[in-house]
Design a protein around this ligand. Structure first.
Ligand SMILES: C[S@@+](CC[C@H](N)C(=O)[O-])C[C@H]1O[C@@H](n2cnc3c(N)ncnc32)[C@H](O)[C@@H]1O
Length: 261
């Protein structure tokens, strides 16, 4: 990637491999422009954009059933292995609330987070300023992470994988960017929560926790029900030994061209 100046606080990252330009404003790098989440219909799109506007109070309310939002997040975050000076990636960072909870866990942590929705990144930026925490934010799709292989010491996702159009790809991307030996944690709502949420969001899908999509090379695979039955958690470890890469590298050109760190 090469940097070139633009106006005000913005600059452009130019990819030498694919000749694409990416806008960088003072807050986040935009890899996808106007692309956003896929919706099952107009109703779901309306509800979800309203939800993004009232995200924090709405989430706080929903998590009352699970013992409060902070307890629910901690129930996931306590499974991460965090040490001083590590690089941490959260895919689908939302309003950045997990970063706040993780910040005191060790010294000199370097936070990175992506999200597909502008609105959520704007929330995150405001929150991080308020909390005086530095994080590197990217508007990008969790299915196409703009990072080099083996970049992060901690990789996790909380709260959206059920809706991803290709869960396997999202998991493979988390594994790709994790350093060997890294523990990866994924959590989302269970079928019990989906039944409730579907009523409000207009979605109609059943939840199928993606345990079977974890590659067999991963070690220490564990699945558990959390949040008083309203959530599930999957954790596993990327092995230290190199993993054989699949022959069919469908997304090779994308991941080769957009490596940022
Ligand atoms: C329920 S929120 C959870 C936010 C945060 N992880 C937390 O626990 O507070 C899910 C987030 O995932 C984001 N998201 C959904 N699909 C995404 C995708 N394909 N790539 C990146 N982010 C995505 C949404 O925009 C939303 O901010």
């Amino acid at each position: 990637m090469q940097k070139s100046d633009s106006s005000n606080n913005e600059f452009i990252l130019s990819c030498e491999n694919c000749s694409k330009d990416f806008e960088v404003n003072e807050n986040f790098i935009d890899f996808i422009g106007s692309q956003t989440m896929p919706y099952s219909g107009t109703w779901e799109k309306i509800i979800r954009s309203l939800y993004a506007k009232v995200y924090t109070p709405a989430t706080n309310f929903m998590f009352l059933l699970c013992g409060g939002v902070n307890n629910a997040k901690k129930e996931v975050l306590e499974h991460l292995e965090i040490k001083d000076n590590q690089k941490i990636l959260e895919t689908g960072i939302g309003a950045g609330e997990n970063i706040y909870l993780l910040n005191k866990k060790a010294n000199n942590l370097e936070f990175h987070g992506n999200d597909i929705q502008n609105q959520m990144l704007v929330h995150s930026i405001k929150n991080l300023k308020k909390w005086n925490i530095k994080a590197n934010l990217y508007k990008s799709d969790a299915l196409y992470l703009p990072f080099k292989d083996e970049s992060f010491d901690v990789v996790f996702h909380l709260g959206s994988i059920n809706l991803f159009p290709d869960k396997k790809r999202a998991i493979d991307e988390m594994i790709r960017v994790a350093k060997p030996g890294t523990k990866i944690v994924i959590a989302d709502e269970s079928q019990k929560a989906a039944k409730l949420l579907n009523f409000f969001t207009g979605s109609n899908g059943d939840v199928d926790p993606p345990v079977s999509l974890i590659p067999k090379e991963m070690t220490d695979l564990d699945f558990k029900i959390i949040w008083r039955g309203y959530g599930y958690l999957i954790q596993f470890r990327k092995p230290i030994k190199p993993i054989k890469k699949a022959k069919n590298k469908l997304y090779k050109s994308y991941t080769n061209s957009l490596h940022l760190i």
